[in-house]
Design a protein around this ligand. Structure first.
Ligand SMILES: *Cc1c(COP(=O)(O)O)cnc(C)c1O
Ligand SMILES: [Zn+2]
Length: 402
């Protein structure tokens, strides 16, 4: 049983059948899942959640799966929201929170997209899926694909975090490295899917990944007891997370679970790859390809996002903003959060902390405001971002007082 009614093109508004395998609209626009929200409103109550598992599948009525037998899950979702008791006041914020996606299977929020995307792919009878990735998405989809009995073909830049290669390999994907960026991997995958008829699960080229990612927005609303925070910051690459959070909040408004207030959404990018920030600063509705993209926050190295116009729309409509941070600042923030909060998070997530500091200094954030940083993954997947020198002792050596 599902309340999904159809798919809708985010560009031209065309309606498409959700019971067929779909990729992009004919016009090139990404497709969004639409539900019969009137019926959801009648049949789904906030109280229903009390009896449900702490998994993102607790929001079943707002998800696209028809039959529970197709569920491919490893226990993902309901990640903790942790108050930054020390790190918040350090940047002048009394109510700074970290929603930590680090404890999800495979260690990043990408598994939200994978559990929903792979489940729906299984339901639609997909046998082989293919994707270009900066590493984490490939690892998640290959992991859930293994559980679903679906073959994964993954292409990632050779510079992607090494652990993600191992995850793809151990879970049985056909893995390829490319001497280039995710945009180059995308071109290779596009040629292959055309030739072999595989399902292309590139960012926004299938409609269901975003439905998984939108559950971050549903959880934030629930975890703040249906009083949404003032601001949500998100490390933006392809932008699916921020688009998904915005979609979730709109759906919650439509079913009356939250009021009119929308959090201001903030896209954070690295100085070395900031197409969305540039477009926002210039007041544009689409971004331009970013040449020579580079940042240590590898997951957000996306020179041109297919859904850039949707990200920008979410920022404009919520009176949000977009901001860049430098790689040195990112690594410094990562270290501060680990030392002051015990939060060893990924560089993408750490970028948000620097962004809060800058936005507070600019007066864009106010001391009392409730601010949520959406940390997309665990620092454990990025051992190379931490440089340490550790003394080597002989058994007879003594150590100095701490
Ligand atoms: C993919 C990824 C991002 C960017 O996510 P989008 O929703 O595609 O913008 C951010 N952080 C990490 C760790 C990622 O893997
Ligand atoms: Zn269209």
């Amino acid at each position: 049983m599902s309340y999904m009614s159809h798919l809708e093109c985010s560009k031209c508004g065309k309606r498409l059948d959700s019971e067929k395998v779909q990729q992009l609209c004919q016009c090139g626009g990404p497709l969004l899942v639409r539900y019969d929200l009137k019926r959801v409103k009648e049949n789904f109550n906030r109280n229903d959640l009390k009896e449900r598992q702490p998994s993102l599948w607790r929001y079943w009525e707002l998800l696209p799966l028809k039959d529970k037998k197709n569920l491919v899950s490893l226990g993902e979702g309901m990640t903790p929201v942790i108050k930054m008791e020390a790190a918040g006041p350090m940047v002048g914020l009394k109510n700074l929170y970290l929603k930590d996606e680090g404890n999800i299977p495979s260690g990043t929020f990408k598994s939200r997209g994978a559990t929903v995307g792979v489940s729906r792919a299984k339901e639609l009878g997909i046998k082989t899926l293919a994707m270009p990735t900066n590493g984490n998405a490939g690892a998640s989809w290959s992991t859930y694909g293994a559980r679903a009995g679906i073959k994964s073909v993954i292409v990632m830049p050779q510079d992607a975090p090494e652990i993600t290669r191992n995850e793809c390999a151990i879970t049985g994907a056909d893995l390829y490295l490319v001497d280039g960026l995710i945009s180059d991997a995308g071109k290779i995958v596009a040629r292959a899917v055309k030739k072999y008829g595989w399902f292309d699960v590139s960012t926004l080229k299938e409609p269901y990944r975003i439905e998984g990612k939108k559950t971050m927005g549903l959880e934030i609303a629930e975890q703040f007891n249906w009083e949404v925070p003032d601001v949500i910051l998100y490390p933006t690459g392809g932008g699916v997370g921020i688009i998904g959070i915005y979609k979730a909040l709109q759906e919650l408004q439509a079913i009356g679970w939250i009021g009119d207030k929308m959090p201001r959404l903030v896209a954070v990018q690295a100085e070395g790859c900031a197409p969305i920030v540039k477009a926002w600063e210039e007041g544009k509705t689409e971004s331009e390809f970013w040449n020579h993209a580079y940042t240590c926050a590898f997951g957000i190295t996306v020179p041109k996002a297919l859904g850039d116009f949707l990200v920008l729309d979410a920022i404009y409509k919520t009176n949000g903003c977009a901001i860049t941070v430098g790689d040195d600042e990112i690594l410094e923030a990562q270290s501060v959060l680990a030392k002051k909060e015990g939060a060893f998070i990924c560089p993408e997530g750490a970028a948000l902390y620097t962004a809060t500091q800058k936005l507070k200094q600019q007066g864009w954030l106010k001391e009392e405001e409730t601010v949520v940083m959406l940390n997309t993954g665990t620092g454990l997947k990025y051992p190379e971002t931490v440089k340490v020198r550790v003394p080597l002792l002989q058994p007879d050596d003594d150590i100095p007082n701490a």
